[in-house]
Structure formats: structure tokens, C-alpha cells
Design a protein around this ligand. Structure first.
Ligand code: HEM
Length: 397
């Protein structure tokens, strides 16, 4: 491993910490080594985890929620319960059944005009400049506006402004203060919906369903309502924002990719390959509910596992040429959206948003190129995301 002469990859992995910038820079090398030499390896970083790096092991874990529970699924504790992401069946599946229909592609098409207008507003704001920063000037505000429209459709004008500000704050800094503001917004919104009797209104939506549906034969508790609203907002925001940033980065740095994206079938044909290579959610955690053997290693009941989705997606045994974009080859089963009962509820929404974003973008600009390549760096953390993506472009005549 290049980042340190004095430590072998095996030694570095023993202290792997998701927030360590140096280790993060070397993560592809570290996980590549782990996949070959020690696919399930213990780290004392972030409170102690078994790092799971191979595709087949991660798939096995995701398909066995009884042994590998999601009760502690965020790698870093958030301090609040957020069903469905940190719950197990039957509650988790029951809540998913309540919410899933709202996130089908069909249900989401009514938001396409909102998406287009949000994309256009952003593009108008910088198109004459010839440059832009993708995350703060395009994908962040664009994704924030859609999520606000889907989750909080009844906000007043002034509140919408505030919601967009919170959305941007959460996506950009994610500080405890802005997280607190988000929670407060959710609490207020739910309380107002209860008072207004939204339960009796004809409009279907996330909040109405959370207030009226039953899971496992009982009403959804207020804590669960709040947690679900919060995770839908948090889960949908920086993920899709970063996905768009990553795709623009790859487009600006790989000749020929922009042309592929101009063919409208790219979403069906190529989008998964981008998400495989740079999965915005780099890892999630599970906790063992019993002693269990995994690839020759004994995991004890109560021990936590850090599932490296980024590493699984670069497993050569599953994806030949895994470190590069390979278009046109059959590549199924990437784990960018997870697998099994917790598979992302927002995958249709993310796909549709990405599709519309690129339609609007490439309708108006061309020849995307990085402005300051050296400043374009991957940030440490539980994501595969760039800190900033500054691009220059020409206008489409
Ligand atoms: C490209 C964009 C996205 C990526 C890469 C992504 C990734 C993921 C992944 C990997 C999981 C599984 C977590 C696990 O295994 O524990 C997940 C779950 C989830 N995602 Fe997404 N997501 C994206 C967009 C969205 C959007 C737009 C929403 C909001 C509507 C959303 C909301 C959620 C929720 C609520 C869960 C928890 C589902 C459950 O536990 O049953 N995600 N996502």
C-alpha cells in the first residue's frame, strides 16, 4: 500500500477507520488486498467491526437477515431509531409494504415536471458562466427540491425555502445542528398533519400513510413516523446528489462517455455500471444475532460487521475489469442499492431523477471537462463521493 511505507496492508486494515483520509485514499488497494488475503478481517476502528469485502459473503449476509440483523445498520450510531433502515422483519417489511407503492416508477412520474423545473432553475443560474460546481449548484439543490415536494407537499412558500435550506445543509455539512433542524421540521410537519386531520384527506402520500397505516397489527408509533420521514429524507438526499456528481466526474474524465449519455437508452443500459463503480453508499453495518462462521472466521453473537458495498462492487470474481467502467458487458447484481429485504426503497426515484437531470443538462451543455482535476478528491466517510466537482462546458447551440 502506497500511503505508508512502514505498515503493510494487513496492519492498516486492523485499524481501518472510515473517517481516516489517508486510509480512504488507499481504500481500493486495501480492500483489493483484503478480498484476496483476508476477506473477513477485524478492525478496531469506529468501535470495532468485521470488515466484509467479498461480493459472495456480502450477498450471503444480506440474504440472511435473521443471522445478520439491521438493528445497528448505520456504521456510526445516529442516536435515533429510523425504521425501516435499522429494523428487522416483521416491522421493517410491514412498513416497506405501506410505503413501497409511493416509490414505484409509475407513482413518481407525476413529479417529472417538478424535476424538470428544478433542473432548469439551476442550469439557468450558471449556464452563461461556462462553469459550475456540480454538487452545490446542480445536483444538491435539484435533489433537495424533489424530496421536499414528495415528503412535505403541504409546506407554505416560506417553509419551502427553509426546507430547501435544511436539505442543502444536511447534504453539505451534515452537522448535528442541521440534523436537529431537520428533526424539528419533521416533528412540526407531522404534528400539523395530525391536527389538520390529514388522515381523512383524500391525498395519498408518505405522511398520510405513516399516520393512518398499521404495521404488524398496530398503528405506527410517533417515533416510527418521525424516524421513517427522516430516513427517507436523509437516504434520498446526498446519495442521489453524489451519484450525479460521480457520473459527471466520470463523463468529464472518460472520452466518449458524454456521447453515450446523449443516447436516451443510457439509463437502462449504462446507469448501473456507473453506480457499480462508484456506489454512493460505500458501506452499511449488520450485527450477528448468533455465533456464525463466515469464510473461515468465527463471528460472535453481538459483533458488528461492516459490509463494504464498494469493495463487493469491485470484486473481480463477479465483475471482470472491476476497477473501470465496462459498458456493454452483462454485469448483474451490483450492491449499490443493497440486496434483500432492505434493498433501497428509493431506487426508482434515484433512477428517474438521474434520467431527468441528464436530459435537461445535456440538452443545454456539451463538452464537459474538469476545471481543477487536482481539487477533485474523494471524501472520507461512509460514502463514495467527491468533495466538489468543478466543470467547464460549452453551450449547446
Ligand atoms: C443513487 C441513489 C441511492 C443509493 C445509492 C441508495 C443506496 C441505498 C442502499 C445501499 C440501501 C440499503 C441499506 C442497507 O443495506 O442497510 C438503501 C436503503 C434505503 N434507501 Fe436508498 N439509495 C439511493 C436513493 C434513495 C432515495 C432517493 C431514497 C428516498 C426516497 C432512499 C431511501 C432509502 C431508505 C428509506 C432505505 C432503507 C430501506 C430499508 O431498510 O428497508 N434512497 N439505499
Amino acid at each position: 500500500v502506497t500511503q505508508t511505507d512502514s505498515h503493510t496492508p494487513a496492519e492498516v486494515l486492523q485499524h481501518y477507520d472510515v473517517f481516516d483520509p489517508e486510509q480512504n485514499r488507499a481504500k481500493w488497494e486495501l480492500f483489493g488486498y483484503a478480498r484476496e488475503q483476508c476477506p473477513v478481517v477485524r478492525t478496531d476502528g469506529n468501535g470495532g467491526f468485521w470488515l466484509v469485502t467479498r461480493y459472495e459473503d456480502i450477498r450471503r449476509i444480506l440474504e440472511d437477515w435473521k443471522t445478520f440483523s439491521s438493528l445497528e445498520s448505520p456504521v456510526m450510531p445516529t442516536g435515533m431509531k429510523m425504521c425501516p433502515i435499522d429494523a428487522d422483519p416483521p416491522e421493517q417489511t410491514a412498513l416497506r409494504q405501506v410505503l413501497n407503492p409511493l416509490f414505484s416508477r409509475g407513482a413518481l412520474t407525476e413529479y417529472v415536471p417538478t424535476m424538470r423545473s428544478a433542473a432548469c432553475t439551476q442550469i439557468d443560474s450558471w449556464i452563461d458562466r461556462g462553469t459550475m460546481e456540480v454538487l452545490t449548484e446542480f445536483s444538491g439543490p435539484y435533489v433537495g427540491k424533489l424530496l421536499t415536494a414528495v415528503l412535505f407537499p403541504d409546506l407554505r412558500e416560506d417553509e419551502i425555502e427553509q426546507a430547501h435550506r435544511i436539505a442543502l445543509g444536511v447534504a453539505e455539512e451534515g452537522s448535528p445542528e442541521v440534523f436537529g433542524e431537520l428533526m424539528q421540521m419533521c416533528v412540526t410537519y407531522l404534528a400539523r398533519a395530525r391536527e389538520k386531520g390529514i388522515a381523512d384527506s383524500a391525498d395519498d402520500g408518505v405522511v398520510k400513510r405513516l399516520l393512518t397505516a398499521e404495521i404488524a397489527g398496530r398503528p405506527i408509533t410517533e417515533e416510527e413516523q418521525l424516524g421513517a420521514l427522516a430516513i427517507l429524507f436523509l437516504g434520498g438526499l446526498s446519495t442521489t446528489r453524489d451519484a450525479i456528481g460521480n457520473i459527471i466526474y466520470r463523463t468529464a474524465t472518460n472520452p466518449g462517455v458524454e456521447d453515450r449519455l446523449r443516447d436516451r437508452s443510457w439509463v437502462k443500459r449504462d446507469l448501473d455500471e456507473f453506480l457499480r463503480l462508484d456506489p454512493p453508499v460505500a458501506c452499511m453495518a449488520r450485527v450477528a444475532t448468533r455465533d456464525v462462521e463466515l469464510n473461515g472466521v468465527l463471528i460472535r453473537k453481538g459483533e458488528r460487521l461492516q459490509l463494504r458495498y464498494d469493495s463487493a462492487n469491485r470484486d473481480e470474481n463477479q465483475f471482470p475489469g472491476a476497477d473501470h467502467l465496462v459498458f456493454g458487458a452483462p454485469r448483474t447484481g451490483h450492491v449499490a442499492f443493497g440486496i434483500g429485504v432492505h434493498r433501497c426503497i428509493g431506487s426508482n426515484m434515484a433512477r428517474l431523477q438521474i434520467e431527468v437531470a441528464f436530459e435537461e443538462l445535456l440538452g443545454r451543455i456539451k463538452n464537459l471537462r474538469l476545471v481543477d482535476p487536482a481539487a477533485c478528491v474523494w471524501v472520507p466517510g461512509q460514502t463514495t463521493a467527491l468533495g466538489a466537482v468543478n466543470v467547464a462546458f460549452d453551450k449547446v447551440a
